[in-house]
Design a protein around this ligand. Structure first.
Ligand code: FES
Length: 260
C-alpha cells in the first residue's frame, strides 16, 4: 500500500495548470482545473509520450506526440491513437499542500492496460515472419471472403491489393489498415518461380513501434492477399520512418472513430 506524498504547495500551479512531479521514483503529471487537483502517470499509453508536456484543455490532456487525449479525472483514453487508459492516482489537499498516493497499476486501469506489447521492431524494416495461425483466429478475417465478388475478377494491381487490405482490421480500433493510413506502399513483381503469378510486397507501418497488434496485422495481410491464385508470395515490411501520424487517416476512419 502506498502512502500519500506531498508533491507541491497548493499555490504552486495555476488554475488551470499542470506540472510534473516524482513520486516514489515514478513521474506523475499533476493537473489543477476548476479548483481540483488530479494526477496521472506521465505516460501516454499509445507510445509513452510525456503527458505533462501536452496541451491541457478543460479536463482533457492531449499527448504532445500524436495527439491522443486523456481525461485527467480518470485517465481514460478519449481519442486515437491511444485506446487504453493511463493510470490515475489519488490526490488530496491538506496543510497547504497537494498530496499524491500512487495507485497500483492493476487497481487504476484494469487488466486491459497491461497487455504486453508483442515483439515488433522499432528500428526500421523487419522481414515478415510466418503468418500467425491460431493465435489470431479470434479476429482474423476469413480468407475465403477476401477475394470474393468483383475484386477477385479484377486483374491484380496495386489498387486491387489496397482494396483487399481493407479486410485487415486493427483488432482494437476495428478500422481497416488502409483507412488508418498504415499502408505506405504496394509493389508487384513477376514471380520468377511461378509463371503468371506475382510477388506482392506491402510496406506497412504501425501506430507505434510497440503496437501489440503488429504480428496479427502482418499475418492477416499475408493471408488476405495471398488468397488470390495469381499471387505467389506476400511480403509485409514494417516501416517506421516516416512515423505514422493521425492525419494519415481517411475521413472514413475518423468518422468511424468519432474523432475531430
Ligand atoms: S505517444 Fe501519445 S499519442 Fe502517440
Amino acid at each position: 500500500m502506498h502512502e500519500f506524498q506531498r508533491v507541491i504547495d497548493v499555490g504552486e500551479v495555476p488554475d488551470p495548470g499542470k506540472t510534473l512531479v516524482e513520486v516514489e521514483g515514478e513521474m506523475v503529471a499533476v493537473f489543477h482545473v476548476d479548483g481540483q487537483f488530479y494526477a496521472l502517470d506521465d505516460v501516454c499509453t499509445h507510445d509513452g509520450g510525456p503527458l505533462a508536456d501536452g496541451e491541457l484543455r478543460d479536463h482533457k490532456i492531449a499527448c504532445p506526440r500524436h495527439g491522443a487525449k486523456f481525461d485527467i479525472r480518470t485517465g481514460a483514453a478519449l481519442t486515437m491513437p491511444a485506446v487504453r487508459p493511463t493510470r490515475s492516482h489519488e490526490v488530496k489537499v491538506e496543510a497547504g499542500g497537494v498530496w499524491v498516493r500512487l495507485r497500483d497499476a492493476a487497481a487504476a486501469t484494469g487488466p486491459a492496460a497491461h497487455a504486453a506489447p508483442a515483439a515488433t521492431s522499432g528500428t526500421g524494416v523487419v522481414a515478415a515472419g510466418p503468418a500467425p495461425t491460431a493465435a489470431a483466429g479470434a479476429t482474423a478475417p476469413a480468407a475465403s471472403g477476401a477475394v470474393e465478388g468483383s475484386l477477385a475478377s479484377l486483374p491484380l494491381s496495386e489498387e486491387v491489393v489496397r482494396e483487399m487490405l481493407k479486410d485487415v482490421k486493427d483488432p482494437e480500433l476495428f478500422v481497416n489498415v488502409v483507412d488508418l493510413g498504415l499502408i505506405y506502399g504496394v509493389t508487384l513483381a513477376d514471380a520468377a518461380e511461378a509463371a503468371g503469378k506475382k510477388h506482392v510486397a506491402i510496406d506497412m507501418t504501425m501506430t507505434s513501434p510497440a503496437c501489440p497488434a503488429g504480428p496479427q496485422l502482418i499475418g492477416d495481410a499475408k493471408r488476405v492477399v495471398g488468397a488470390r491464385p495469381d499471387v505467389s508470395a506476400v511480403e509485409v515490411r514494417i516501416v517506421m520512418d516516416p512515423p505514422w501520424t493521425p492525419d494519415r487517416m481517411t475521413e472514413a476512419a475518423r468518422d468511424q472513430l468519432g474523432i475531430f
